[in-house]
Design a binder for this molecule. Sequence first.
Ligand SMILES: *Cc1c(COP(=O)(O)O)cnc(C)c1O
Length: 458
Amino acid sequence: MKLPYAEPFRIKMTEEIHQSTRAEREQWLKEAHYNLFNLKSSQVFIDLLTDSGTGAMSDKQWAAMMTGDESYAGSKSFEQLQETVHKITGYTYLLPTHQGRAAENVLFSVLVKEGNIIPGNSHFDTTKGHIEFRKAHAVDCTVDEAFDIDNLYPFKGNIDLDKLEQVYQTYPKEKIPFCLVTITCNSSGGQPVSMENIRQVKELSDRYEIPIIFDAARFAENAYFIKTREKGQENRTIKEIAKEVFSYGIGMTMSSKKDGLVNIGGFIALKDEHLYREASNFTIIFEGFITYGGMAGRDMAALAVGLDEATEFGYLESRISQVEYLGHQMMELGIPVQQPIGGHAVFIDALRFLPKIKRQEYPAQTLANEIYKEAGIRCVEIGTLLADRDPKTRENRYPKLELVRLAIPRKTYTQNHMDYIAAAVKNVFDRRSAIEKGYQIVWEPNILRHFTVKLEEI
Ligand SMILES: *Cc1c(COP(=O)(O)O)cnc(C)c1O
């Protein structure tokens, strides 16, 4: 009998979480103005809002916390982090930052100018924010397969080479500071980019003399998918794959809250000393001195260990198999989910789940709220609330898909929790025809409304 995968760790410390009654949850949700971001974590039983900074650390990471060096300049913890980043990415120059968007802020302050064009694969929200804040434009060149949630294409994070070349032909190279490759592609559902695609993007970009930068928040999960799905890669280690991927870029921004396996932190890593010098100035203004950049020494020490552990196959197999397990549970129960299941989350298709709810009544938000009421599970809307209004017309922008994302924190929940989640969603699915009304907005801010919007039941 083939042995199933099992977590390559055991649990040494636990944290109590509380079950509540449906009546309590209905009251709390009302008090939260039907916005799950407004709930207290104590009102949540299983929290799937995000996988960012919500994971558990290993005993070795906790041990590293105790030996963190808090020197302002040149700390040992910085050196450890630099060595590890160099070993894994091949990049020599490291600038720590307090999280991923801060790395974007620092690096883009050097590279992105008004009127610039930044092609890439479904840029992440904060990344797009930092591009548009500088009056530059992000051009999405993701393959079309990404937008069909039933398409089983194994690398739905890939860049469409024709779309990319179109951008390179339309604008002069002075206008395109870099091509941004996001691994895995968060906005298309934690979908991976293949090694072959990265090589092709590199070759094409070389012809137009455009460098590549990686948004590498989930680079280890991406390497796992390359190893397990791409022909010719199966016998390589995760670290070998990651290093080859990074060899095609001039640098990376990182949100350490994902594949760094820590609760806070980020960094920029670069090949080139000149670019590093320029970015250093912005690090000092925005983040802190160049050897800590907003991070405590102990957090850098834990991150150094975390990066090493995140790039081990056993950990990645248990991580991604757990997400897959939940996705397959739901598929067996007939729940419409995005396929293939992504690396960090399961996405439910709310339009198919709740066909009676009109687009202007926020079907994905309605579904997320129903799942909370059902079982105290908090997930997040990736739909019309998130897509926000058109800045000019102030009309709702209706994205192609209305999704509910169930993001799985790393090393935090057990298989029983996954079964519980699947059962809860199934219960909502069974009573879906009784869910006939959604929500309307009673108050919203001017931008990024999903975080603070207030809703009421129709
Ligand atoms: C989370 C994330 C970021 C931003 O990082 P923060 O640490 O949340 O600031 C950038 N890009 C991608 C792909 C991400 O997933």
